[in-house]
Design a protein around this ligand. Sequence first.
Ligand SMILES: [Zn+2]
Length: 141
Amino acid sequence: MEWQIARDALDAIRAHADRAAPQEACGLLLGPHAEGLQPAERVMIGEARATANVSDRPATNFEIDPQALFRAHREARGGGPRLLGYYHSHPNGCTQPSAIDAARAAPDGKLWIICASGITGWIAGDAGLHGRFRPIKLLET
Ligand SMILES: [Zn+2]
């Protein structure tokens, strides 16, 4: 599986992280439309959509606004872009998911992007870092 991300989406993630600091920024990663003609071995992240961080401890945690999540699922069902995963920032600079991230992530194959001193990508599964995250390479397009 190859994960490609549009430069605009990367720029949007970095800008959101800068704006939100010293709190964590978070948002949704959206892919091609459900009926897209992309080959199965390649996934393109076309949009990073900023959402509110509704965590009660936003300096060290994030919680995506459930309304935004609901809307994205509804759009996908209606033929809109697929929800591929989530991004959030670590104002402390750590590019790896935290143990808290792992505890809150479902092993559902979703993509997690972390924006810190660099941008890293992870797939949430049932093995890897904290028993949850496998690192992947993000290819900028
Ligand atoms: Zn985190």
